[in-house]
Design a protein around this ligand. Structure first.
Ligand code: PMP
Length: 338
């Protein structure tokens, strides 16, 4: 008789995602390239972990009480996680989101019952920045709690307590490297700290899009070089968030949109994986690391969310053509651009 394995509602179904070997990328590099399938979380992204981690922590601290309201500034995925977790726990959710984000994410947030407030993009810490707006909105609503995913370290703690240990177990302790793009930095910081405590020589790497400054921070020790731009969503950070402070990051790669898009379509057509652009930049980073450090590595990265969330943009041929980003590769020849 096998023991029953029943999750405690939606919250109990967050995490414990599969670790998938990306067969073609592994064969092409002589390394094991493994994707943590975070898109299989109930809310469809890695941010479900931050959502439940932050809400549980706020309840423990008495910051969120029965009938309370969760307020957050988010590019979408954290809001989706918070709205779902909020529903099961009886909290209303108010989401402040830049109006540049994919419509699918806004529609989904509304379907989930969140109140969605769109704001024009503005850099942090300007008052119009979506996070600053969220902070003010939370101050105005009685019983509201600002999740503050960027600077609330309950975010990285959740990855330290769950994602890191899962990766260690799933690879039987064989993992040699971890690669992830940075939004809040919770994933990279939490997982890196856990893995390095287990084995100090596990290599930890940030895969950064253009327009972000974490590459500059890791390579040059300053945030000065944030040139360029990117169509990626949910990643691209220009400051050291509280979640990033003290994170043991060994190296960083800067990866351009054309190769990210090629990888995204390669994963779709050859690995059967329908994913967002942050998963593709992560896979690019994993391959770059494999090529740099040579065969035999066990490289883990994050398949952060699914492609359906971006159908009107990343999976829309007209949109891609208008951006000049139509992928053309038949196989893996695009890796030479890495
Ligand atoms: N990928 C996607 C799709 C995301 O939504 C996010 C978070 N906004 C990330 C990656 C980055 O994760 P983190 O915030 O833990 O750095």
């Amino acid at each position: 008789m096998s023991a029953e394995k029943i999750s405690r509602g939606l919250c109990g179904a967050i995490g414990n995602t599969p670790l998938m070997r990306l067969e073609k990328l592994s064969a092409a590099t002589g390394c094991e390239i493994l994707g943590k399938a975070e898109f299989l979380n109930p809310g469809g992204s890695v941010k479900d972990r931050a959502a439940i981690g932050i809400v549980d922590d706020a309840e423990k601290r008495g910051l969120l009480k029965p009938g309370g309201v969760i307020v957050e500034g988010t590019a979408g995925n954290t809001g989706i996680g918070l709205a779902m977790v909020g529903s099961t726990k009886g909290y209303r959710t108010v989401i402040v989101i830049p109006n540049t984000q994919a419509r699918e994410k806004m529609a989904l947030l509304q379907t989930l019952g969140a109140e969605v407030r769109e704001v024009p993009p503005a850099p942090f810490p300007q008052p119009g920045n979506y996070n600053m707006v969220a902070k003010r909105v939370a101050e105005e609503i009685p019983g509201a709690f600002w999740a503050n995913q960027f600077d609330n370290v309950a975010n990285r703690e959740m990855h330290y307590r769950t994602t890191g240990p899962e990766i260690w177990e799933q690879t039987g302790g064989r993992v040699t490297a971890f690669v992830a793009a940075v939004g809040t930095g919770g994933t990279l910081a939490g997982v890196s700290r856990f893995l390095k405590e287990r084995r100090a020589d596990v290599r930890t790497v940030c895969a950064d899009p253009y327009g972000a400054a974490i590459w500059s921070w890791v390579k040059k020790g300053n945030l000065d070089d944030d040139e360029g731009d990117s169509i990626t969503e949910g990643i691209g950070q220009n400051r050291i968030t509280k979640n990033l402070e003290g994170a043991p990051i060994d190296d960083a790669y800067r990866i351009g949109d054309p190769v990210i898009l090629e990888m995204m379509y390669f994963l779709l057509r050859h690995e059967g994986l329908y994913l967002g652009s942050s998963s593709a930049i992560n896979a690019c980073g994993a391959v770059k690391l494999a090529r740099e450090r040579g065969p035999g590595q066990v490289i883990v990265t994050v398949l952060a969310d699914g492609g359906d969330r971006y159908r009107s943009k990343l999976y829309n041929p007209e949109w891609l053509a208008a951006q000049g980003l139509t992928p053309t590769a038949k196989g893996l020849e695009f890796l030479d651009q890495l």
